[in-house]
Design a binder for this molecule. Structure first.
Ligand code: BGC
Length: 696
């Protein structure tokens, strides 16, 4: 039978209680039951956001081991945010949407829009920014891109899910005003501007309730205030009570165990309905929303797009975003861009030059079709006439080769109270000693090579990997692991012109060596074409235009969550810093970051002039001239200083423009509103304000 002509209300009437219950909870790890006799398919979900995750066995956290589930590996959301480019966000969303559909799924579990409260949160690489406006702007475009393919995005994790430590139980203590100023707006934008079809609740507690069954978050804020009529899905294992979940606005319960019939919204709920304790209408509302979602996705009418995966176009879009995400942090002696015709022999040092990152990080792991490492990107860019030598320099463990994460981490991470695997993996003292020796040896070899006069350039590639940028764990501090600080210092002693490249998903401390090094490039986990994008920037085929979407503190204690509030807290975590998060805190408390929010250099220079405010159109206009020798893109940022505001300034608009060398352009930055008695500051970063317009 098919339901082509039937409306969800009519379909609902035909369903038995068992069938209804089957639609509102997981019947496998990533899908619901569906009702075959009525042509209602299961709702199939997959993790994102860096691509569509590989297939798992239906009831086991074990990859199914297929050869048809390789996908385009997309830049992580921190990288995407670094582009400050709404078009890139749409394009990457659209690749993800097309691949989600291409893999036969209905819901992609992303994007994550949690605010980066502390640089130490293990999942920050999955999130966009410390700033709600930047997050919301990019996430809304991303969601539109995903949903153009008749699949649903699932914005997550709603809300105030800003750490991994004790993630299943921690109670977040944040005052409602700060919650609404900092932690909710990106979700609001996802709903109101992005039109997101589904929302995932968070694991943590807020105001005494688990977020996945919270009356405050789900009913008051999401349904009543924002008018969200889509589907609310629990995080996996985020439900804790049949009554609370059923009576909340949650629509689908998902979890990590295979006792699907025992889920809170499965048999236990059915029994309560049969005994009259809970009204069947509660379930009907949920089922109706799920059927309406299927209708929106054209599940019933035969007009659904088919999607596709691993296309050339997808790789090109991933490459473009990766190129735009690279941030040039330091280029004091203008060593970059490198000129290939002046190079005969290059030394690349550091394990991240050849490490592949796609398969790590937790639920964001991806089975990439391929991943171009920095070393491969450099070599393929230069070809055979330049000799590229490689020295490992440091290592992660004593075992040779790539050490991958142990399987079943997701199940385990929930079983041991939300903590991931790192605690179980602690090296013994004996192993530590051997590791230390191995690192000393690798360091010695690399520094010796770098000291020999045979190299035209020495490039260090270090940073983090998914051992640190990882779901289930927060970092203890921002220090570079594996003895990299000392290695970089020794390399910089050997080569004054050392080029340092950091590949990571969250900022690291650079204080020990930053004064000694003139050239620093930041690359995030940049997806399938990451190494090629990096080479394009190093050799000037692409002029860097990435801007930091978060503050790079000198050390983590400079960040407000640590200086004023608690992180990670214990059973509770107090957000005593209130709304003073990221640059809002730095401005107010005069904290000098290592690199500020919105910062990023170019190979060219941009001169700003002639600013004006068009109140009726809600626009800021100015002229930007590329006065340097390279074509390039600039992100024109507008920060508003409102009279009487507790914030010194807030990002309220931005526009990314490409300008050829020697040319000038009229730039219009669209705002969402304008304010009387405000100063509109136009600049190249939050601390490089070039022009001001006054509406006083
Ligand atoms: C994560 C979610 C993810 C889900 C399904 C949870 O542990 O918090 O982000 O989508 O698992 O894998």
């Amino acid at each position: 039978m098919n339901n082509n002509q039937k409306e969800p209300e009519a379909i609902l009437k035909e369903l038995t209680l068992d069938e209804k219950i089957g639609l509102i909870h997981g019947a496998q790890l990533f899908q619901t039951a569906g009702v075959e006799r009525l042509g209602i398919p299961p709702l199939k979900m997959s993790d994102g956001p860096m691509g569509v995750r590989q297939e798992f066995f239906p009831a086991e956290w074990r990859p199914a081991g297929l050869s048809d589930d390789y996908v385009t590996y997309l830049p992580c959301n921190s990288a995407l945010a670094s582009t400050w480019n709404r078009e890139c966000a749409y394009d990457i969303g659209s690749v993800l949407g097309e691949e989600t559909r291409g893999r036969g799924k209905d819901v992609i579990l992303g994007p994550g829009v949690n605010i980066k409260r502390s640089p130490l949160c293990g999942r920050n690489f999955e999130y966009f920014s410390e700033d709600p406006y930047l997050t919301g702007q990019l996430a809304a475009e991303y969601i539109k891109g995903v949903q153009a393919w008749d699949v649903a995005a699932c914005v997550k994790h709603f809300a105030a899910n800003n750490q991994e430590t004790e993630r299943l139980w921690v109670e977040v203590e944040v005052d409602e005003q700060s919650l609404r100023e900092i932690y909710l707006p990106a979700f609001y934008d996802a709903v109101k501007k992005g039109g997101v079809h589904t929302v995932m609740g968070a694991y943590n507690k807020l105001y005494g309730e688990h977020c996945c069954q919270s009356s405050f978050l789900l009913e008051k804020v999401l349904r009543e205030e924002w008018g969200f009529d889509g589907v609310i899905i629990s995080d996996w294992g985020g439900v804790h009570s049949t009554d609370d979940a059923a009576l909340s606005q949650l629509d689908i319960e998902m979890s990590v165990t295979s006792d699907f019939d025992d889920y809170f919204m499965a048999r236990p709920l059915k029994e309560k309905i049969e005994s009259g304790e809970i009204s069947v209408e509660v379930v009907d509302q949920k089922v109706l929303r799920i059927l309406k979602l299927m209708q929106k996705l054209h599940v019933f009418d035969g007009r659904r797009k088919s999607g596709s995966y691993n296309t050339e176009e997808h790789r090109q879009k991933a490459l473009k975003a990766a190129r735009e995400s690279v941030v040039l942090l330091k280029n004091d002696s203008k060593l970059l861009p490198l000129k290939p015709d002046k190079l005969k022999r290059i030394l690349m040092v550091g394990e991240n030059a050849q490490r592949l990152h796609a398969a790590g990080g937790g639920s964001a792991e991806i089975k990439a079709l391929y991943e171009i490492s920095p070393l491969m990107g450099l070599k393929s860019h230069l070809g055979g006439n330049v000799q590229v030598d490689y020295a490992q320099g440091y290592c992660r463990s004593i075992d040779e080769g790539q050490d991958t994460q142990a399987g079943n981490w997701q199940e385990t991470s929930l079983e041991n109270g939300g903590q991931g695997l790192r605690a179980d993996n602690r090296e013994t003292a004996e192993k530590d000693k051997l590791l230390e020796e191995k690192r000393r040896k690798l360091r010695g070899e690399a520094v010796k090579l770098a000291s020999e006069n045979k190299y035209d350039a020495v490039i260090y590639v270090g940073g983090l990997d998914h051992e640190h940028d990882c779901e289930g764990n927060d970092r203890p501090d921002m220090k570079l692991p594996y003895g990299q600080d000392i290695l970089i210092k020794e390399l910089a002693d050997a080569r004054k012109d050392l080029i340092v490249i950091m590949v990571a998903g969250s900022p690291v401390e650079m204080e020990e060596w930053i004064g000694q090094v003139d050239t620093v490039v930041w690359s995030w986990y940049a997806g399938i074409e990451g190494g090629n994008a990096l080479a394009d920037v190093l050799f000037g085929n692409v002029n860097p235009s990435g801007k930091l979407p978060e503050t790079f503190y000198k050390t983590h204690t400079d960040c407000s969550a640590h200086a004023l509030g608690e992180f990670p807290g214990g059973k509770t975590v107090a957000y005593k810093e209130g709304s003073y998060v990221g640059y809002r805190y730095n401005d107010k408390y005069q904290v000098e970051p290592r690199f500020c929010f919105g910062y990023g250099l170019s190979y060219t220079e941009f001169k700003y002039s002639d600013a004006s405010l068009k109140t009726a159109e809600k626009q800021i206009c100015c002229t930007v001239e590329n006065t340097g020798a390279y074509d390039g893109s600039e992100v024109v940022q507008v920060y508003v200083r409102k009279e009487g505001s507790k914030f010194f300034q807030e990002l309220k608009g931005f526009a990314k423009v490409f300008i050829k060398a020697g040319e000038r352009q009229q730039v219009t930055v669209q705002l969402e509103e304008t304010w009387e008695n405000a100063v509109y500051c136009i600049g190249s970063s939050s601390r490089d304000i070039r022009l001001m317009v006054n509406s006083l």
